[in-house]
Design a protein around this ligand. Structure first.
Ligand code: PRP
Length: 225
């Protein structure tokens, strides 16, 4: 994949994820002196590209998986993405220099509680799994010789076992209440997940001082927290 040509006079574009992570990210943004225009916080506003208090710095707000794609293709210079997303795509164009230590959760395998009482994962040779993370899931099981047939869903994975789509899922678990509410139990841990500051590698070469400055500023704020 070739990144788009990044010129130094272009506005710097920072991609942030929609949803829960954004609430934890806002204090860090404030800490580095980055304030989006008021429309960013207006739920009725339909724009997705926002000016900030800093000249020549813009923010885009997209789905967490898409943050990585915008940064990998050079459409955004900087972004915030979980290591779940980075592991799933494994984009060589993305450099992830800093763990922001926000959004902690885990990627796990889960199955119905009644099944988990008799199931023995050591005996699996082929399993069907509903997940947003087919690549991570295949790799995780292939490492121990289990073939994982993945059904890609984009959300609400927890519904799949009760409706007979498959018996197991791989999904993010934070408090565990979504699993519990759907009669599921976590049976295997795959990875610890937090959000990372990510940078397009080509942009880092063409705008090293500017992007290096942002990484240092976020690092100071994270270290001080
Ligand atoms: C995530 C995840 C689980 C839930 C886990 O979904 O996919 O469904 O949170 O959190 P818990 O362990 O605290 O219950 P999210 O709400 O982010 O929405 P999504 O389904 O669109 O990914």
């Amino acid at each position: 994949m070739s990144a788009s040509p990044l010129r130094t006079n272009e506005p710097l574009v920072i991609a942030v994820p929609k949803g829960r992570i954004l609430d934890e990210l806002r204090p860090l943004m404030r800490g580095v002196g980055l304030e989006p225009e008021p429309a960013f916080d207006d739920p009725r506003h339909r724009g997705l590209r926002f000016a900030t208090n800093l000249p020549n710095v813009e923010i885009i707000r997209v789905r967490s998986f898409d943050v990585a794609t915008f940064v990998a293709f050079g459409a955004a210079h900087l972004g915030v993405a979980g290591n779940d997303v980075l592991m799933e795509f494994d984009y060589p164009e993305i450099y992830a220099p800093l763990d922001l230590r926000i959004g902690p959760c885990r990627l796990a395998v889960a199955e119905p509680i009644d099944l988990s009482e008799t199931d023995d994962p050591a005996r699996w040779s082929h399993i069907r799994i509903a997940t947003k993370y087919p690549e991570i899931t295949r790799r995780h099981f292939a490492a121990r010789g289990v073939q994982a047939e993945c059904i890609k869903l984009n959300g609400a994975m927890e519904l799949a076992p009760s409706l007979g789509l498959c018996r197991r899922i791989v999904d993010l678990v934070s408090s565990g209440s979504t699993l519990q509410a759907n009669g599921l139990r976590e049976i295997e841990h795959i990875a610890h997940v937090t959000s990372r500051l990510i940078v397009n590698r080509a942009a880092l070469k063409t705008r090293p001082e500017e992007l290096g400055g942002w990484v240092s500023a976020f690092r100071e704020v994270v270290d001080a927290a």
